[in-house]
Ligand binder design. Structure first.
Ligand SMILES: C[S@@+](CC[C@H](N)C(=O)[O-])C[C@H]1O[C@@H](n2cnc3c(N)ncnc32)[C@H](O)[C@@H]1O
Length: 255
């Protein structure tokens, strides 16, 4: 089995090493301000209870039906109840990359899955074992989406379970699994969240992490990057000229 790290490192020439949070912010925001804000992606429909999403970029589109819970949208701590653009950006990145990767013997753990789109995409791309995690109150929605989008008659495993950042996971399956890839989409929406998420990434990411963020606040992004750089080697992975500047995707591994 070729580790995910070895597969990812094949493309490292195209990635940008990030060594300083402030410098990275300058680079990102010089692209950001050169763009027309009307070009910002608007892929999600937060008001709909159910959305059909096509993840493009792979050999064929992946069709997912995602339930959202609009009644709890907007309440503190309920941000995962609707899809975020960043998850579609990440899903399409994985769809584009998978022809070069073999996921068939790997395990992925998603943090802050929300509606679960990134993990569901990895499952549909052939990830051997996919673990979707979030806070307890998100489990019903996450499980519904998992059941609706699971590949039928396949030996690929997928389960959803509670994992609260900064706490030991209660589910021993997380502790016992050897995890090859940790993914997190748009999990830092306020600077206060960054240390807790990074603490959890340090605990669980003995492998490679793929972290995607929509750029909304320079402060939030800088705090998150500075926190990541304390512990991780960080490479920015260019996604596409249309998207770079609005979103940033990083590959990380422990120093
Ligand atoms: C902005 S949403 C992103 C959801 C999804 N990843 C996406 O991109 O559509 C942030 C997610 O982080 C989860 N989250 C926030 N704080 C958390 C914590 N302390 N432990 C675990 N999950 C948390 C929320 O429940 C929510 O699902």
């Amino acid at each position: 089995m070729v580790s995910f790290y070895d597969q990812l490192i094949e493309g490292i020439d195209g990635y940008i090493l990030v060594e300083d949070a402030e410098e990275e912010l300058c680079e990102l925001y010089s692209v950001y301000y050169s763009k027309d804000s009307n070009d910002r992606l608007d892929l999600v429909e937060p008001r709909k209870p159910e959305v059909d999403i096509e993840i493009e970029g792979g050999k064929r589109p992946i069709s997912l039906t995602i339930s959202q819970n609009i009644n709890i949208n907007g309440e503190p701590g309920q941000t995962g109840a609707v899809l975020w653009n960043s998850s579609i950006v990440m899903g399409e990145f994985f769809a584009r990359s998978t022809p070069h990767w073999d996921l068939s013997a790997l395990t992925a753990l998603e943090l802050g899955s929300g509606c679960g789109l990134v993990g569901l995409t990895l499952h549909r791309l052939g990830m051997q074992r996919t673990i979707l995690t979030d806070q307890l109150r998100m489990m019903r929605l996450l499980t519904k989406n998992m059941d609706a989008n699971r590949l039928k008659s396949s030996s690929l495993e997928m389960f959803a379970t509670e994992y609260v950042w900064g706490q030991m996971p209660e589910d021993q399956r997380i502790v016992r699994q050897s995890i090859d890839m940790v993914v997190a989409s748009d999990c830092v929406y306020h600077e206060s969240v960054a240390p807790m998420l990074v603490h959890t990434l340090v605990d669980v990411c003995k492998c490679v992490g793929m972290v995607g963020q929509e750029l909304r606040s320079d402060l939030v992004h800088q705090v998150f990057l500075a926190e990541l750089l304390k512990h991780f080697v960080v490479y920015r992975v260019p996604v596409s000229p249309k998207i770079d500047g609005f979103y940033a995707l990083y590959a990380i591994w422990l120093k």
